[in-house]
Design a protein around this ligand. Structure first.
Ligand code: CP
Ligand code: NVA
Length: 304
């Protein structure tokens, strides 16, 4: 059986994605009832982090520990990857010793190369182009608060970044319509590449994008690796802040999401993060449950 990787949301079918989300809620309910099934007994996850992380690292390590396995944190700073050992060689070696490998890095191509040379599933823990793990948690959160997202309207406001690209994939896989509002010149790259089959609207007008939306999502204006553009981006993105005033244009039952970390007063107003329409803390918690369910599907059920 060939190895299943999770590099973008398109690597799983819509049915598989929905199964992961259902299982995530099931594992969450079990945990809330005091049960932590040992689904990863003696399994090892290697985690390669070339960028900072709080949620992704914490959720994966916790998932593996609670499931009876272990996770190993590897940084290019103190592995041979940082001294020029090729990605292909690193993938070959790591994958002979562990059951799955999570990679967070800059170029998406690096993760693809890792996967090409790995004997075990490779999971994209965020690249410059995509952040599919966050979408699993976001979809679980939407389902838990409002039910099925199919047929709903989602608005993305801000930078057409890695999260936005993954929302474009999600629109296709989960069957919602997506309105993307970015400043001119900051459109998502995956639309240029075709964007899939979903219903996606692109504009430069946040008010138009959020009109009637069931879910409004934003993210930082300068992602990791773009720190030097931060000042210029703050000028350009000023009109794209998501706040309660903007949310009033959305559906009365709208939810607000942000993958975090958030910059209060920049892409999101301070008051909105803690507003009842905001589900950002549930989103963050669901990283744990969604990634347990994903690992279980990739590592424990497919013969990998
Ligand atoms: N949302 C997210 O991926 O957070 P971290 O960068 O803290 O992992
Ligand atoms: N777009 C952000 C997401 C962080 C989780 C970044 O890439 O820095």
């Amino acid at each position: 059986m060939s190895v299943r990787h999770f590099l973008t949301l398109l690597d799983l079918s819509p049915d598989e994605l929905n199964a992961v989300i259902r299982r995530a809620s099931e594992l969450k309910n079990l945990r809330n009832a005091g049960q932590r099934p040992l689904i990863f007994r003696n399994r090892v996850l290697a985690m390669v982090f070339a960028k900072s992380s709080t949620r992704t690292r914490m959720s994966f390590e916790t998932a593996m520990i609670e499931g009876g396995g272990g996770a190993i944190f590897l940084s290019p700073r103190d592995t041979q990857l940082g001294r020029g050992e090729p990605i292909a060689d690193s993938a070959r070696v790591l994958s002979r010793m562990c059951d799955a490998i999570m990679v967070r890095t800059f170029s998406h191509r690096d993760i693809e190369e890792f996967a090409e040379h790995s004997r075990v599933p490779v999971i994209n823990g965020l690249s410059d182009s995509f952040h599919p793990l966050q979408i699993l948690a976001d979809m679980q959160t939407y389902f838990e608060h409002r039910g099925d997202i199919a047929g709903r309207k989602v608005a993305w406001v801000g930078d057409g970044n890695n999260m936005c690209n993954s929302y474009i994939n999600a629109a296709q896989q989960f069957g919602f319509s997506l309105s993307v509002a970015t400043p001119a010149g900051y459109e998502p790259s995956s639309l240029a590449a075709g964007g899939g089959l979903a219903s996606i609207e692109l504009s430069n007008d946040p008010r138009e994008a959020v009109k009637g939306a069931d879910l409004v999502v934003t993210d930082v204006w300068a992602s990791m690796g773009q720190e030097q553009e931060s000042t210029r981006r703050h000028e350009i993105f000023r009109e794209f802040q998501v706040n309660s005033d903007l949310l009033r244009k959305a559906h009365p039952d709208v939810l607000f999401m942000h993958c975090l970390p958030a910059h209060r007063g920049e892409e999101v107003s301070a008051e909105l993060i803690d507003h009842p329409d905001s589900v950002v803390w549930d989103e963050a918690e669901n990283r744990l449950h969604a990634q347990k369910a994903l690992l279980e599907m990739l590592v424990c059920r497919s013969g990998n």
